[in-house]
Design a protein around this ligand. Structure first.
Ligand SMILES: NC(=O)c1ccc[n+]([C@@H]2O[C@H](COP(=O)([O-])OP(=O)(O)OC[C@H]3O[C@@H](n4cnc5c(N)ncnc54)[C@H](OP(=O)(O)O)[C@@H]3O)[C@@H](O)[C@H]2O)c1
Length: 322
């Protein structure tokens, strides 16, 4: 089968389309004929050697796939055969991949493979940021950085569904338009001046209850300055570089909370099932959209990475199998 592999860390050019052996579904696993693979910012960090660096090379990239179950391994219900599914699946930049049966989610009929490929990594992250970590509730306010990105657009929609006031930051007017279209009440362009000052103006001087920060170094201080008293800053990424260490002393004045979220932390199965089902139901009923911004053929994975890390994409980036 064909897959995207890299033999050394580096720029997007290290990604190569190669013929590799087909994977075999092991016990408790299924083999999926991939129709669409989700591209995530973390894939670009893996390729650069900034994340998961201990994994031996060459390596097939990927974290999630949408496709059709083609075969099942020992102990797996054959009813899965032929079903349209999405799954968290490593090595999904490929025509075939494997995933544990317990990770599978049936893709609703009205949802395309491309949209499905954007549901799990970014959707689950956004869901846990809003609900598990942020415990956002009606009438509260949230500031979402990179609001037109993959996780960002999901978080905007989930926060709006809660009944919160949603503020976002983005780098361009086109991104601002999209974030507003999907529910953001106010969108701030970073370049327009002091973000925290704008947040205070837009919240009658109060600040926001929750900040979701995946940008890191460049937004960290404005995130802290944007919080209302008893506010909560959740860090979940560092696209612009690692944020500075947290000075406990600096949190006292407003009694702030700073925390971190990682999708790969052990999540109690019941909680994860609940989150996945909630996302699937929202998607099936049309209340949640996966906006695909860039969809390219598998062979163009390097270009997808170039655009994603160059801040040139909105919503979900997807590789489709031609
Ligand atoms: N903790 C977890 O478990 C978890 C899970 C999934 C994703 N993440 C993190 O969440 C973030 C978003 O992931 P995603 O896949 O949805 O990507 P994305 O948001 O679609 O793309 C990254 C966005 O970050 C913004 N950005 C700001 N400064 C940047 C810089 N110096 N370089 C590149 N981008 C910059 C850009 O939006 P603007 O141009 O509007 O600023 C860019 O479009 C990433 O940091 C990722 O690592 C974490």
């Amino acid at each position: 089968m064909r897959a995207i592999r890299y033999h050394q860390v580096g720029g997007p050019e290290v990604l190569r389309l190669e013929e590799v052996p087909e994977p075999v579904a092991g016990p408790g696993e299924v083999r999926i004929r991939v129709h669409a693979a989700g591209v995530n910012f973390a894939d670009t960090e893996r390729r650069r050697g900034l994340y998961d660096a201990a994994v031996p090379l060459p390596r097939i990239l990927g974290s999630e796939a949408a496709g059709v179950v083609e075969s099942v391994g020992p102990g797996v219900d054959t009813a899965w055969l032929g079903r349209r599914v999405v799954a968290l699946a490593t090595r999904s930049y490929a025509e075939l991949t494997t995933a544990p049966e317990k990770e599978l989610l049936v893709l609703p009929e009205r949802v395309s493979f491309e949209e499905g490929a954007g549901l799990l990594v970014q959707g689950l992250t956004a869901w846990h940021l809003i609900h598990t970590m942020g415990r956002l509730s009606v009438g509260q306010s949230v500031l979402i950085h990179a609001a037109a990105g993959g996780v960002g657009l999901m978080a905007v929609q989930l926060a709006k569904a809660v009944g919160a006031k949603v503020l976002g930051t983005v780098s361009t007017r086109e991104k601002a338009r999209l974030a507003r279209e999907l529910g953001a009440d106010e969108v701030i362009l970073y370049e327009e001046g002091d973000v925290a000052e704008r947040v205070r103006t837009l919240t009658e001087g109060r600040g926001v209850d929750l900040v979701l920060d995946s940008v890191g170094a460049n937004t960290w201080q404005s995130s802290l300055d944007s919080l209302a008293v008893f506010g909560h800053l959740v860090s979940y990424g560092s696209a612009s570089g690692a944020p500075p260490p947290v000075e406990l002393e600096s949190l006292y004045e407003k009694s702030l909370k700073v925390s971190a979220y990682w999708l790969r932390t052990y999540h109690p199965p019941e909680l994860q099932r609940h989150a996945r089902e909630a996302l699937r139901a929202e998607l099936a009923e049309g209340r949640l959209q996966v906006r695909t911004g860039l969809v390219v053929d598998l062979a163009e994975a390097a270009e997808a990475h170039r655009q994603l890390e160059g801040r040139g994409t909105v919503g979900k980036v997807v590789l489709r199998m031609p």
